[in-house]
Design a protein around this ligand. Structure first.
Ligand code: FAD
Length: 648
């Protein structure tokens, strides 16, 4: 078993290739100096993009518009069904349409502070800088953002900020933004510059002489194993919250693409940083397979409370004001219900641990709109959140216009991911990672409405430039007949055969549920050293049973969801161990990583900047009982002062 003591630490620190000069000019400096490829030479250069969510679709559309031959892969039956379609509440941008004095610097500051001072300054500044371009791009595509009566784009607030910089399309912002990116991609498909391979799952990345030169994918409809070669590979394969089994992510979201890249040499950064979102519909039973998010935007107008009396028997509408505990408003008067997610989640867990929770198993808190409906009127509230209220009513049979919603935290977003430098390139040359698949911009906690901002900044504006820069220096002599493709395809086939041949009695879903329970309990909203060590032992045991008692139905060379699922669960086991190891090694609390041993007397996260103001990026070690190697990237703060986060 691996543990924190046996994990090795490398003395070699990572070069993030941050351009010199003042922070506000770094990206322009980089752009001015980057190498280009002439239009006539672009059609001969091939780029593979894995993923058609906001990051992948926007990158594919932009790379194809430049003239490259873009090959796009997704496992869904339509690129439009990527998990991004579910994003609800909005996207941030420093445009200051609300005339509050917002700026790039303020968005930068909020993001670094929100991430609890564990993200890279230069990347975050660029993100804030590009945020305004994203809105212009989306509006030009026809994305129907909500508008004010006078016609201007409407904005609202999300957690951790004191301005209204979140642009939204009711509660369906991800869907509308993805339709915009999808239309741009389809235009390129029509021009024959982009090819979309739906129902294909990338199962490995192919390295020729240490450089990413292609992928091995399984056609999920026929079961055929395919080889695809390219000059560069971009992973936009999303996050790994489904390691917890129950999460707000799409059921198919998984870690396979990034994990396979990790096993081929790409370092995996900060895997323990996971976000447990405060506003989800509470779990109702053991056989549930999905948790539903209620957007954070609801905390703009909804008030969070629990009864003050643990033995309260009255229904929420009959409990008078004096007997209600508005715990976020009382504990954090400056930000109230709009504190960042990690803080709101821990506060909800704390009041439930005190016995004040509501609902069948007393793991819920109220999110109450009665005051907003009185103040704004039902029609205005419906205009802002109508589809979310309808969704809640359909799932719970309660009408949030009449009674408060019940909510509880659930796994939602993963800040960790493949380590990338300023150019979004992993430690494998030619292999890039964008969107939720990389670790780059959100530190230890992502602020609401910033994920889509990062996906689209990476996809529309950063990757098209940095991939061009990379390809301008490489030769276009790649072929799938290279022996590296033979070896990688053999490895993929061996793994498939191994799963098919176990011949056991238990379906992958059972093992996944067991793994999720361990992760949620011991590596979830709060962790401690004993629990994490126990988790490592328990994961090892479940993993062993998986490989001796797994049942996979059907055959490998046909449509086989049972095999697809087993492969993803097998990778989740390996990732889960690294998450626990990373959480053990980071002996501090920061953002979404809350170690019970490191907290203030008030129960807030206690950082250790002296020892942990750094990114931990893990190198995979091959072989039985091999231990991963930790590499550090020190984080330097020159444009913001390191401080204890306070939202009081
Ligand atoms: C319910 C919900 C609401 C949200 N609301 C907001 C919000 O209001 N604002 C905000 O900013 N963020 C929000 N988020 C977060 C945001 O939606 C995600 O972080 C973001 O959409 C991730 O986009 P992505 O492009 O990185 O990946 P995804 O959208 O997850 O797309 C991944 C793509 O990769 C493909 N893929 C993965 N693995 C493979 C493989 N091995 N082979 C081939 N293809 C593969 C998939 O098919 C898919 O096309 C929300 C998230 C959820 C779950």
């Amino acid at each position: 078993m691996i543990d924190a003591d046996t994990a090795k630490t490398s003395s070699q620190s990572l070069d993030a290739k941050i351009p010199p000069g003042p922070i506000a000019q770094k990206w322009d400096t980089w752009l001015d100096a980057h190498r280009m490829i002439g239009p006539g030479n672009r059609p001969g250069r091939k780029v593979i993009v894995i993923g058609t969510g906001l990051a992948g679709a926007s990158a594919s559309a932009s790379l194809a518009a430049l003239g490259y031959d873009v090959q796009v892969f997704c496992f869904q039956d339509s690129s439009r069904r990527a998990h991004s379609i579910a994003a609800q509440g909005g996207i941030n941008a420093a445009k200051d349409f609300a005339n509050e004095g917002d700026s790039v610097r303020r968005l930068f500051t909020d993001t670094i502070k929100g991430g609890d001072f564990r993200s890279r300054e230069a990347n975050v500044w660029r993100l804030a800088q590009l945020s305004a371009n994203i809105i212009d791009q989306a509006v030009a595509q026809g994305v129907p953002f909500n508008r004010e009566y006078g016609g201007g784009l409407a904005t609202r607030s999300f957690g951790g900020v004191l301005v209204q910089r979140t642009f939204y399309a009711r509660g369906q912002t991800g869907q509308q933004l993805l339709l915009g990116a999808y239309s741009a991609l389809q235009a390129q498909v029509g021009l024959k510059r982009a090819t979309v391979h739906n129902r294909h799952e990338m199962l490995d990345v192919v390295l020729v002489d240490g450089v990413a030169r292609g992928i091995i994918a399984r056609n999920l409809v026929t079961g055929a194993i395919e080889r695809h070669a390219a000059d560069a590979v971009v992973l936009a394969s999303g996050g790994y919250s489904n390691v917890f089994y129950l999460s707000t992510n799409a059921m198919g979201s998984n870690v396979t693409a990034t994990w396979k890249a990790h096993k081929r040499g790409a370092l995996f950064a900060n895997p323990c940083y996971t976000q447990i979102h405060p506003t989800c519909i509470p779990q109702t039973g053991d056989y549930q397979s999905k948790l539903t998010l209620m957007s954070e935007s609801l905390r703009n107008d909804g008030r969070v409370w629990v009864p003050r009396d643990p033995d309260e028997k009255r229904g929420p509408k009959d409990i008078p004001e004096a007997d209600r505990y508005y715990f976020l408003e009382e504990r954090y008067p400056a930000f109230g219900n709009l504190v960042p997610r990690d803080i709101a989640s821990r506060a909800a867990k704390a009041v439930c641990d005190e016995g004040l929770g509501v609902g069948l198993i007393k793991r819920g808190v109220y999110l109450d709109f009665s005051e907003a409906i009185n103040r704004l009127g039902k029609a205005t509230v419906a205009g802002r959140y109508g589809n979310l209220f309808d969704m809640y009513r359909r799932i719970t049979d309660d009408d949030p216009y009449e009674v408060p919603m019940m909510i509880y935290p659930a796994p939602h977003y993963t800040m960790g991911g493949l380590w990338v430098d300023y150019e979004l390139q992993t430690t494998v040359p030619g292999l890039f990672a964008i969107g939720e698949a990389n670790f780059s911009d959100h530190g230890a906690n992502r602020l609401g409405a910033s994920a889509m901002m990062q996906c689209l900044a990476d996809g529309y504006f950063v990757a098209p430039r940095t991939v061009t820069n990379y390809m301008s220096n490489t030769a276009d002599d790649v072929s799938t007949s290279d022996s590296a493709f033979d070896a990688t395809e053999d490895a993929v086939q061996e793994r498939i055969d191994a799963m098919m041949n176990v011949g056991g009695t238990t379906a992958a879903q059972s093992f996944h549920r067991e793994l999720g329970n361990v992760m949620l309990e011991k590596c979830g909203m709060s962790r401690d050293a004993d629990g994490l060590s126990e988790a490592l032992t328990e994961i090892g045991e479940i993993r062993e049973r998986f490989w001796t008692d797994l049942r996979v139905d059907g055959k490998p060379d046909e449509l086989n969801p049972s095999l697809e699922y087993a492969g993803r669960v097998a990778d989740f086991f390996e990732l889960a161990e690294l998450m626990c190891l990373d959480a053990l090694r980071r002996e501090e609390s920061c953002g979404g990583h809350f170690r019970e041993e490191y907290q203030t007397p008030e129960g807030e996260a206690l950082r250790d900047d002296e020892h942990f103001a750094k990114v931990t990026a893990w190198e995979y070690s091959e072989g039985e009982n091999a231990v991963p190697i930790a590499h550090d990237e020190p984080l330097h703060y020159e444009n913001i002062t390191l401080a204890t986060r306070s939202y009081k």
